[in-house]
Design a protein around this ligand. Sequence first.
Ligand SMILES: NC(=O)c1ccc[n+]([C@@H]2O[C@H](COP(=O)([O-])OP(=O)(O)OC[C@H]3O[C@@H](n4cnc5c(N)ncnc54)[C@H](OP(=O)(O)O)[C@@H]3O)[C@@H](O)[C@H]2O)c1
Length: 341
Amino acid sequence: MLPSSFRAYVVNKALNGQVESRVEDRSAEELPPGEVTIAVAYSSLNYKDALAATGHPGVNRVFPHVPGVDAAGTVVQSGVYEWVPGDAVLVTGFDMGANRWGGWAELVRVPQSWVVPLPAGLSLRESMILGTAGFTAGLCVDALQRHGVLPQCGPVVVTGASGGVGSLAVAILAKLGYEVVAVTGKSTAHGLLRRLGACEILPRDAVDDPSGKPMLSGRWAGAVDTVGGNILSTVLRACRHSGCVAACGLAGGNQLTMTVYPFILRGITLAGIDAAWCPLDLRHEIWRRLAGPWKPEGLEALAQFERLDTIQPRIADILAGRITGRVVLEIAAESSAGAAS
Ligand SMILES: NC(=O)c1ccc[n+]([C@@H]2O[C@H](COP(=O)([O-])OP(=O)(O)OC[C@H]3O[C@@H](n4cnc5c(N)ncnc54)[C@H](OP(=O)(O)O)[C@@H]3O)[C@@H](O)[C@H]2O)c1
C-alpha cells in the first residue's frame, strides 16, 4: 500500500540563489506522474547526484528537487500489468534525479518503461553498489568489445580508476581476462586496484601528455576514460592501431583538443557512452551481464554505506575527486524479494 508521506533529501534554492538541502517529509501526492511507484531500499551517490545536490543548473533547474539517478527497491503501486506490487526492480538514469525527483527518497515514481527487473544473481544492495557507475562501466566494456578490443589485443587503460565508474571498469575488464592498466591520482587506492585485478598502476601525469604532439607511441589497445580533457586526448593519441577509447566522463575537464590524425592514420575509434538514455534492449542486456558473467568479485569491499541524513560530506568528497569506489545510500531495509539468487 502506498504510504501518504515519505522521507526525501530535498534540495531548495532560495531567492538569493543560495542552495540548501535537508531531509524532510513530503506528501506522496507530490510524486511526479508515472505508472510505477517504488519503495526505495537503496540508492547511490554518483558525480551527477553531487551536482544535483548542489543545485548545478546543468542537471536540474526546478526546485524543490530530489537527487538520485539510481534506485532499487520494491514496487508498491503499479498502473500496468507488467509490474505488480512486490516486484524487486531497479531504475537508473533517464530523467530520474535530473528533471524529475530521484532515488534519494523512500518513494520514487517513474514511467513503466524505465523499470528493469532485478536480474537473478544480484541483490538490491549489490545492484546499487553497481548503480549507474557499474552500468556505465559495463557500457564502456561493451563498446570496447564491439570495436574488436579483446583481451588478446593488448593492455587496456582505465583513467579515474579509483572512482565509481573506473573501479568497476577495472574489476569487469580484469574478470574478462584483459590486462588492465589503472590510472589514479590516489596512492591510497593502489591496494584496492591491485585486488580488483589491475596489472599496472600509473599516476595521472603518465597519461597527461603536455607535448601537444598529434600522435604518441602506441601503448594501449583501448581505454575507458572517465576524466576527459587532456587525459582523454592523451589516451586517444597513445592507442595502438584500430584501438578504441570509450569516453564517459568529464571529472577532469569537458574540452577535447587534438588533431584528427589518430582517427585517420591509426583507425582509432572514440566511442561515446551515455548511460542515462541507453536504449532498453542494451540496458537489459548489460544488467544481465553485470548480474552474471561480468559480476565483479568482492562488490561489498568497493562500497561505503551512508543514509539520507549522513550523505552530505560525501557530496563534497565526490566533487573533489576524493571518493574511492562507491557510496551506497541505505534508504530502507532490504526485503527478501531482493536477495541475490
Ligand atoms: N556518460 C555517462 O553516461 C556517465 C555515467 C556515469 C558517470 N559519468 C561521468 O563519469 C565520471 C566519473 O563518474 P563517477 O561517478 O565514477 O565519479 P567519481 O567516483 O568521482 O570518479 C571520478 C574519478 O576521476 C578522477 N578525477 C577526479 N578529478 C580529476 C581531475 N581533475 N583530473 C584527473 N582525474 C580526476 C578520480 O580518480 P583517481 O583519483 O583514481 O584518479 C575520481 O575518483 C564523471 O565525470 C561522471 O559525470 C558519465
